[in-house]
Design a protein around this ligand. Structure first.
Ligand SMILES: [Zn+2]
Ligand SMILES: [Zn+2]
Length: 241
């Protein structure tokens, strides 16, 4: 009988087990992945998808006291988001979104699946058209998808209203991501262009993935209003409070 071979194989076994246990860890909190995990994230992390506070403003989706006029620069009658960007620990939106923007296809699919199952605000259904804040064309091409557009299409499908791209981002426009907040607020007015004129009398739902300062939404809403839209409403996946 040959000599016992285990000692030689043990280092490999150890490496294999270590790899396996790393693969079984949540990519959000590094905790153990148990049942109900999805896309490499544990159920506890997913429970960070929490709705915004009930007493939020119906325009800016922030809390500033309902007896006050909305102090935020908004150009729409209704504004809301499905989830709080900083909900959960670690803040789940702040974990997911950069990952998805870097091309995390699994996270995107799982998030859209959740968005397909949550209740939508009633105002999202009472519109003529649904459109999206456009992505920079080459970023969309590189990533293979544009989450804001995916959400807009999903909402359109859910409420049974048409989706139509109305705005575009010029190829040479500046990138927003990575700019400090002060510069993001000073987003140039020509950051977007209108693709389809003739929106007279239409109520339009403008959809985006994350609503932070609202400057991007504001520029888009202003363009839609200039094209004749009667009313603009805003819905995003996340609101950063
Ligand atoms: Zn986790
Ligand atoms: Zn407000």
């Amino acid at each position: 009988m040959s000599s016992f071979e285990w000692p030689e194989k043990l280092p490999f076994l150890g490496a294999f087990l270590r790899l396996r246990s790393e693969a079984m860890r949540c990519r959000g909190c590094l905790g153990e992945l148990r049942e109900n995990s999805e896309a490499g994230l544990c159920a506890r992390c997913w429970s960070g998808l929490i709705p915004l506070p009930v007493d939020r403003c119906e325009r800016c989706a922030l809390i500033h006291g309902l007896d006050r006029e909305c102090p935020e620069p908004v150009a729409w009658t209704h504004g809301d988001a499905i989830w709080d960007y900083h909900g959960g620990r670690p803040a789940f939106g702040a974990l997911l979104m950069p990952g998805i923007k870097a091309g995390e296809w699994g996270w995107r699919t799982a998030l859209l699946g959740r968005a397909a199952a949550v209740p939508l605000p009633a105002f999202a259904a009472e519109v003529d058209l649904i459109t999206t804040v456009p992505a920079h064309p080459w970023r969309k091409w590189r990533r293979g998808f544009d989450l804001a557009e995916d959400v807009a299409r999903l909402v359109a499908q859910r409420v049974g209203k048409p989706y139509k791209p109305l705005l575009r981002k010029p190829i040479r426009s500046q990138r927003q991501t990575g700019l400090p907040e002060g510069r993001r607020r000073r987003l140039p007015r020509k950051a977007f262009a209108l693709m389809t004129p003739g929106l007279e009398g239409k109520t339009i739902l403008l959809v985006d993935d994350v609503w932070t300062t609202g400057t991007t939404l504001l520029r888009c809403a202003e363009l839609l209003a200039k094209a004749g839209a009667a009313e603009i409403r805003v819905l995003t996946l996340f609101r950063a409070l």
